[in-house]
Design a protein around this ligand. Structure first.
Ligand code: ADP
Length: 451
């Protein structure tokens, strides 16, 4: 029986265990000292310790992950999201070790990980991008000013190797350009080891809308619908939904088809997401994620597909068993990310979960690795699960999400369920089509009311 080593933890590790079961594969879960004894590890066929708590010594430790794969007889490695999932060096090392990564190859991962190269590839494939050159910025201040004038202020400076919402700076006018450039350059070098910077138009009130794709190694690439992830705090998504409300379906179909075509152009194999900003009826590509995303379940709920199982299938060389015309979406799905954090200050709240009650009922799916007695370590992300609600339409999905959130009980640590309840009640969100700044505006309005 083929074996998959899961080089990740928490809810996504459990999600991958489930997909392995479904595909008749053995699932081996790698874990760090901090996750030893976690209940989800019992659900794998085998679990193997790969090092101490700090991620650099375990979940980000390439030799340790490869050694665990060898020791457990794994042929495949699933990296989940975060950690090594978009690390081209890791992808290369996996191949060199004679193993198969469940994800695209190192060449494609490297290209899409460099945002300037990605933008160039998208422009070539006819995918619309945010206005601005698909080239690295020069050092010459006059040339820099000329590029900014050409785009029109405000502009945004972004690190080519950036990620996680860091290495970006908005520039409102010419006077602020030189200093902003120097700081962004410094940050890019420090955080990403790549000093390259590029510039694009800063969009004022965009929505975040993305397209899910899946591609096999035989030249078939399909898009599986869209998601709206505009409810964000500091570029971290809080609520996601599928489909994106109020956007012309023909426009989405056109963008989706272009994304699928560009996968064929670049030789993409696996699941991936094209992220766009959407403003005034137009889409602008910002980046591609070459991995499974936290929010994939909303797409699964409306399409009925198992995206993680499909990832495994295409990595094993299978032909996608359906065509674009076979992909139908039904109803609406909403996902709320449940974090162990203070709902007001957003400060993580690690500790032991003394009691947990998971919601259920029609249309509800809860992806969590956590049960009563689980420990939320301080070393990692504070997400403890996702509550996903599906309904015949958006109103029903919203109502079901609210019922589910009201049922959720988490004891021993603080969690943000009450925040989600309030956000689902917000008239702006209920109307659909909020911008990426909505959450900040909402928080400011709450503070004003509290005073
Ligand atoms: P990261 O890889 O760090 O997540 P992205 O390029 O995906 O960086 O951008 C992250 C977020 O920054 C976007 O979701 C959006 O909120 C904001 N952003 C990025 N580019 C622009 C832009 N051109 N105009 C306005 N906002 C932007």
């Amino acid at each position: 029986m083929d074996t998959v080593l899961i080089a990740n933890r928490g809810e996504i590790a459990l999600r991958i265990i489930r997909a392995c079961r479904r595909q008749g594969m053995r699932a081996v879960c790698a874990f760090s000292e901090d996750d030893r004894g976690a209940a989800y590890l019992d659900l794998a066929d085998q679990a193997i310790c790969i090092g101490p708590a700090p991620a650099l010594k375990s979940y980000l430790n390439i030799p340790a992950v490869l050694a665990a794969a060898k020791a457990t007889g794994a042929q495949y490695i699933h990296p989940g999201y975060g950690f090594l999932s978009e690390n081209a060096e890791f992808a290369e090392a996996v191949t060199k070790a004679g193993l198969t990564l469940i994800g695209p190859d190192a060449r494609v991962m490297r290209m899409m990980g460099d945002k300037v190269a990605a933008k160039g590839a998208m422009i070539a494939a006819g995918v619309p991008c945010v206005p601005g050159p698909d080239a690295v910025l020069p050092d010459d201040p006059q040339e820099l000013a000329r590029i900014a004038e050409g785009i029109g202020y405000p502009v945004i400076l972004k690190a080519a190797g950036g990620g996680g919402g860091r290495g970006m700076r908005v520039v409102k006018d010419k006077g602020a350009l030189a200093e902003a450039f120097a700081i962004t350059r410094q940050e890019a070098r420090q955080f990403f080891g790549n000093a390259d910077i590029y510039m694009e138009k800063y969009l004022q009130k965009p929505r975040h809308v993305e397209i899910q794709v899946i591609a096999d190694s035989h030249g078939t690439a399909l898009w599986l619908g869209d998601r709206d992830c505009s409810m964000q705090r500091r570029h971290q998504k809080l609520i996601e939904e599928a489909p994106a409300p109020g956007i012309d379906r023909r426009l989405i179909a056109d963008i989706g088809a272009r994304c699928a075509a560009s996968c064929r152009d670049i030789g993409y194999v696996g699941a991936g997401t094209f992220e766009f900003l959407y403003e005034d009826g137009a889409f602008f590509f910002i980046e591609m994620n070459t991995r499974i995303q936290v929010e994939h379940p909303v797409t699964e709920m409306v399409t009925g597909l198992d995206i993680v199982a499909l990832q495994i299938d295409v990595a094993r060389g299978a032909v996608l068993p359906f065509a674009q015309g076979d992909i139908q979406t039904a109803g609406h799905a909403i996902e709320c990310r449940i974090n162990a954090e203070d709902p007001a200050s957003f400060v993580p709240s690690p500790g032991t979960i003394t009691h947990m009650h998971v919601p259920g009922g029609p249309g509800i799916r809860v992806d969590t690795h956590v049960a009563s007695g689980a420990v939320i370590p301080a070393s990692y992300d504070s997400m403890i699960g996702k509550v996903i609600a599906h309904g015949a339409d958006r109103a029903e999905a919203l109502a079901r999400a609210q019922t589910a959130l009201a049922e959720l009980r988490v004891g021993g640590v603080s969690c943000n369920a009450a925040l989600h309840c309030a956000l689902l009640d917000d008239p702006g969100f209920r109307e659909g089509g909020i911008s990426i700044h909505h959450f900040d505006d909402w928080c400011a309005a709450q503070e004003a009311t509290d005073v």
